[in-house]
Design a protein around this ligand. Structure first.
Ligand code: CTP
Ligand code: MG
Length: 241
């Protein structure tokens, strides 16, 4: 394994937030005094190990340049793609061409509540292998019968949840390996909703490192109040440190 000193971050931020249905993409909504995207970037920007942060933007994005953080020397904006995986791929290709980095972290723009503690837990896994933050599933999981699209659906079966984890981000990989994995998976027609699945497809190990509830992904309007609550809690905790 290489030294932990060479580390960059890719933040896919090119989505339109269709489930949020707000006037502007959810990464630009304001929470606890800053945009969601600024909170997500701030988790990394002052971290001593982080070299560069590549933010993947929608081709028609007009808001990123209005953020003061856009001018930070660690931050580079690139164009995203039609899917999250394509946006990440653009970011990884940029890194390969312009930044010499052994490790890469991929983190959703829509997760503003990542704490330094959880990030450091993930980084500590570098000495073993690739790793992601994740949480054990707490609800009982049902599989619906697939014959019809009509609602309500009938339960087909119940899954044993004792081995189930809900993937979060950041997800951490050796950068060359992740670039190869994502290119390979997309060329095989796989639909990727995270990066670990591309690495799993190659047969490599990926560790599950315990994440945290505050690192939730903002998806629907009802998520905003809870995300804001977590952000304010973190601010209070920092003030009392
Ligand atoms: N993302 C991206 N490029 C895309 C689609 C998504 O960079 N073509 C990013 C989003 O900006 C977000 C992250 O991937 O930070 C996770 O995606 P998701 O929560 O699904 O965001 P959206 O795709 O914007 O939301 P929705 O699926 O509701 O439209
Ligand atoms: Mg999406």
């Amino acid at each position: 394994m290489t030294s932990p000193s060479s580390l960059s971050v890719v933040i896919p931020a090119a989505g339109i937030g269709s489930r949020m249905a707000s006037d502007i993409p959810k990464q630009y909504l304001s929470l606890a005094g800053k945009t969601v995207l600024e909170h997500s970037i701030n988790a990394f920007v002052d971290h001593p190990l982080v070299q560069k942060i590549v933010v993947c933007l929608h081709p028609k994005d007009s808001l990123f340049d209005t953020l003061s953080i856009a001018n930070h020397p660690k931050i580079i904006a690139v164009e995203g793609g039609d899917t999250r995986a394509q946006s990440v791929l653009n970011g990884l290709r940029f890194l390969q061409g312009h930044v010499s980095t052994d490790w890469v972290l991929v983190h959703d723009a829509a997760r503003p509540g990542l704490s330094q503690k959880a990030l450091d837990r993930l980084l500590a896994a570098q000495k073993y292998s690739a790793a992601i933050l994740a949480l054990p599933v707490v609800d009982t999981i049902k599989v619906a019968e697939s014959e019809s699209e009509a609602l309500p659906k009938r339960i087909h079966t119940t899954i044993d949840r004792s081995h189930l984890w809900q993937a979060q981000t950041p997800q951490m990989f050796q950068s060359q390996r992740l670039l190869h994995a994502v290119e390979h998976a997309l060329s095989q027609g796989l639909v990727l909703t995270d990066e670990a699945s591309a690495i799993e497809y190659l047969g490599d190990d990926v560790l599950l490192i315990e994440g945290e509830a505050a690192n939730m992904k903002i998806t629907r309007p009802e998520d905003l109040a809870l995300a804001e609550f977590y952000l304010r809690q973190q601010t209070i905790a920092r003030e009392y440190q």
